[in-house]
Design a protein around this ligand. Structure first.
Ligand code: WT7
Length: 642
């Protein structure tokens, strides 16, 4: 347990949006004692409403509504409301492509792009409640597409560009999407990543899709299907720049984002309008301490929730200038991020522990090549940050002057839940510190009773919060069973945690069969189902192995069907197979072949044992050797029948 604490400097406190522990406690206590007043006042102050709500929330566990009867529009809050202020010609997006191209887009210009594209969507007959699947590189047209959908109440679902055609197809089908918005490709490590061919492959079995809109990014040869496919630039040519934002009910679905659960099928997390935009906006001010003059940069991809809330909706609603970068951190060399920080004089920088550990490994010479003195606040998200990486980030990147906000949240929570307010809360490396005002977290045992100080337990939420997900797409039953049944009436996060004597939260990792690789959630079951779809595979068991950079790495134990298999070539083939079924980011680091898998008498695979094998086995050696798990299986069956 690292016990060195880092209180904010008096200078930081003086300029902060929330000052000192008293500032934090006042907000927290008010939210706890009078949630209706707390959230109602903030919603009125921070958000534009076409029509005010009749009551602040309606809680029929496990279903909640926020700002009931209110009418607003997320796109209006991100754009239109700034146009009558000094933000009209302020930069909204400072974009840099991987090859070095740049675009600087003001709020007014972004508004124009969004209105034109929204009119193009309308022109295709798309309307409130329809579904758009978005599969794009990190170009400004990606936020434009999101905001245009939000403007009309079209539900968007962004599929990360690293997902395969198979994964894309499954999501399009689950949503019965009417439109797919994509691009010819994008740039990554100097190479073109093609996107449109994957869309074509996916759409062979997606009869609901009537339109495909293709943004031209790389300019490479792209097949277009007459009648179905349209170039973005021809569609929005000559369309009107006037497109009023629809006044939408506060509970209108804004987006569905798929994430991995404990079964083979990803879950469609449904977020709605009013509550989501309120907390996205507030956390920019509370956690990132956003000031009007700041340049802010979140390095995530918009394909994950971090990019939704902290590249698109939060920063734009809060009126920030935000940097957006298309490519890889190591292209053309390992100083790219620091070059960008220096060039645009970034003040607030938000990235993942995996990225930080990769930088640590490459050495201090890369950040030292650049002037990083513009930075005043650093952030971390996606997985626990180990104290050594924290200290490096603090010293080498932050020059020992920048607080680090370690932000705990999930796709389901919509916005940051546990994190320090940087002008208030003393930091402890490795801890997300304290919950946000209005977030009533707890660490409990299976009966729902709080565990003692420093004891491990389940991290839960006792009350609903405005930006929480509302359900799983077309599966309210799974929503209820997954999250609300174990400890009735409380939201089960799926994480284990402990709380120290100061009430600080320390996240200990997942309690379910979900892995965290580079801050991306991967499901054991999803990987296993992908593997057994391969004709050679009889059975598969997947576990996470601690990894120096990515936190965890995927190791798959595989038993084969009868036949003469060449383990050397099959290992690589199976890795490629997973890339085909899910996406290349999900490729197992190792495939280990075995005659049997350790099981309980009732037939459940004992992943715990496999996890032990991969963790303690220091020499992994030849990954293609056949493991003899037979002995282990017998032993296990005698001693363990969980
Ligand atoms: C899971 C959520 C929303 C962020 C992107 C990932 C882990 C996230 C932290 C953190 C320790 C963290 C948890 C959580 N996680 N942030 N600061 N410290 N663990 O979103 O894919 O929905 O994954 O990521 O295990 O449950 P996600």
């Amino acid at each position: 347990m690292s016990e060195r604490t880092y209180p904010p400097t008096p200078e930081f406190v003086r300029g902060a949006n929330v000052q000192g522990m008293d500032g934090y406690r006042d907000l927290f206590n008010l939210a706890e004692a009078q949630p209706e007043k707390f959230w109602g006042d903030l919603a009125e102050k921070e958000i534009f409403w076409f029509e005010k709500w009749s009551h602040v929330f309606e809680w029929n566990p496990p279903f909640v509504k926020w700002f009931v009867g209110g009418k607003t529009n997320v796109s209006y809050n991100c754009l239109d409301r700034h146009l009558t202020t000094s933000r009209k010609n302020k930069l909204a997006i400072l974009w840099e492509g991987e090859p070095g191209d740049q675009r600087m887009i003001t709020y007014q210009e972004l508004h124009r792009l969004v209105c034109r594209f929204a009119n193009a969507l309308k022109g295709r007959g798309l309307k409130t409640g329809d579904r758009a699947v978005i599969y794009m590189p990190m170009v400004p047209e990606l936020p434009v597409a999101l905001l245009a959908c939000a403007r009309l109440g079209i539900i968007h679902s962004v599929v990360f560009g690293g997902f395969s055609a198979e994964a894309l197809k499954a999501r399009i089908q689950d949503l019965d999407a009417q439109v797919v918005i994509t691009a010819d490709g994008g740039w990554r490590r100097g190479k073109e990543v093609r996107l449109k061919p994957a869309v074509d492959e996916a759409l062979i079995e997606c009869p609901t899709v009537k339109h495909v809109i293709v943004y031209r990014r790389t300019g490479s040869e792209t097949a277009m299907q007459e009648g179905r496919d349209h170039w973005w630039h021809t569609l929005d040519e000559g369309v009107s720049e006037v497109c009023p934002a629809e006044p939408l009910d506060s509970e209108t679905p804004l987006f569905v984002l798929y994430t991995s659960g404990t079964t083979g099928k990803p879950k469609g997390i449904v977020h709605t309008t009013g509550g989501y935009i309120l907390q996205a906006t507030l956390s920019m001010k509370w956690v990132f301490d956003l000031h009007e003059e700041d340049t802010y940069w979140c390095t995530a991809d918009i394909g994950w929730v971090t990019g939704h809330t902290y590249i698109v909706y939060g920063p734009l609603s809060a009126g920030a200038t935000s940097v957006m970068y298309e490519g890889a951190p190591d292209f053309p060399q390992f100083d790219r991020f620091w070059r960008i920080v220096d060039k645009y004089k970034v003040n607030i920088f938000y990235t993942s522990p995996t990225a930080i550990r990769a930088f640590v490994k490459q050495g201090d010479q890369w950040p030292k090549m650049h002037d990083l003195s513009s930075l005043r606040l650093l952030g971390s998200v996606g997985e626990p940050i180990n104290p050594a990486a924290w200290e490096w980030y603090h010293k080498v990147i932050g020059g020992e002057r920048c607080p680090i906000v370690d932000t705990w949240w999930q796709t389901e929570t919509g916005s940051i839940m546990i994190a320090p307010m940087p002008g208030a809360v003393p930091l402890k490396p490795g801890s997300g510190t304290l919950p946000m005002p209005g977030v009533l977290a707890d660490v409990v045992d299976l009966s729902g009773k709080p565990v003692e100080v420093n004891r491990e337990g389940f991290l839960i939420m006792r009350r609903p919060w405005p930006s929480m997900f509302r359900t799983l797409w077309r599966d309210p039953q799974r929503y209820e069973e997954n999250y609300w049944k174990r400890i009735p009436g409380n939201y089960l996060t799926g994480d284990a945690a402990r709380r120290d004597a100061d009430g600080y939260y320390w996240i200990l990792g997942r309690i379910d069969d979900v892995m965290n690789v580079s801050g991306h959630r991967l499901s054991t079951m999803e990987l296993e189902s992908a593997l057994v779809r391969h004709p050679a595979v009889a059975e598969a068991a997947v576990v996470g192995k601690p990894h120096e950079i990515t936190g965890q790495a995927v190791v798959a134990f595989v038993t084969l069907k009868k036949g003469a298999w060449d383990h050397d070539t099959l290992g690589e083939e199976l890795r490629k197979w997973v890339a085909h079924e899910i996406g290349s980011f999900a490729k197992p680091e190792q495939i280990r072949f075995s005659d049997t898998l350790p099981k309980t008498r009732s037939g459940k695979i004992m992943r715990r044992l496999l996890r032990e094998i991969v963790t303690t086995n220091s020499v992994t050696g030849d990954v293609t050797t056949l493991e003899d798990l037979g002995v282990l299986t017998k032993l296990a069956a005698q001693h363990d029948d969980e």
